[in-house]
Design a protein around this ligand. Sequence first.
Ligand SMILES: O=C(O)CCC(=O)C(=O)O
Length: 292
Amino acid sequence: MSAATGPLPRLGASAPVSEVIAALDGAGCAVIESLVSPAAVAAVLGDLAPYMEATATGQDEISGALTRRTGAVPSRSPASWEMLQHPTVLAIAEHYLAGPDERFHICTAVTSDLLPGQRAQPIHRDQWTYGGFPWPRGFEVEINILWAMQEFTADNGATRVIPGSHLYDDGLELEQSVTVPATAPIGSAIVVLGSCYHGAGSNTSDMNRVALSVAYQRAWLRQGENQYLNCPPDVARTMPEGLVRLLGYQRGCMALGYWRDGEDPMAAVHPDRTYHVGLGMGPDPQGDNADA
Ligand SMILES: O=C(O)CCC(=O)C(=O)O
């Protein structure tokens, strides 16, 4: 099977998370329209502009020869913190990627800036990142939130998705002709499960097309960006604790990711604060202890 099995679901910013999850269960992708304001988007782009200008374009087909991918967004853009921790996004990630003894964290937070003339990206699944491991159908390991940092149109390279493709076989080479453009107003969140086939569209317009792509993954997986180099403890100290934990300064599961003698990794960021010691999970990072 290689054609979309239904329309791309579209939800309003105030849709209950249960509706978003029902849409994602059905289609593997969805657009939540205007989830943040144009002003919030402009603030992030303002922070990132000098870094984006200085970023080289990619050197392979998947990176895009006319695409600039600028990373380390959390440390370069304080204005991005609200989007990275948007409650709707965290609730979706919690649903697909966490459990009673398992947390999720940020894999990558990168702008994807398609210059005019960029051809469509090959259609892929984000879960292929992990060495081609054959994840069971219905078991998500990653979700990607593609924030539309301007209006996304079919002409400027709106991300292309195949609704229903999260249930396809793995390893397919799919044509652009079976995809649909995730057109979206500025500030929208295009949510793509790791199992959903998709790719950046071709930019035939005369302007750049910018997405802020924030991927969340199960916390027992290696992060795409090395968040500890992007955000070492002296930088992490300036950030909200909930965000620092999302960057990986937490145990991912029991006895996974602790520091030295069973210490919480947050103790390396705030030596003056008291944290759980031991191999157990410690307090919930999204709970009341998140921002001591
Ligand atoms: O920029 C986009 O629209 C999608 C990018 C993407 O899917 C990727 O780089 O894996």
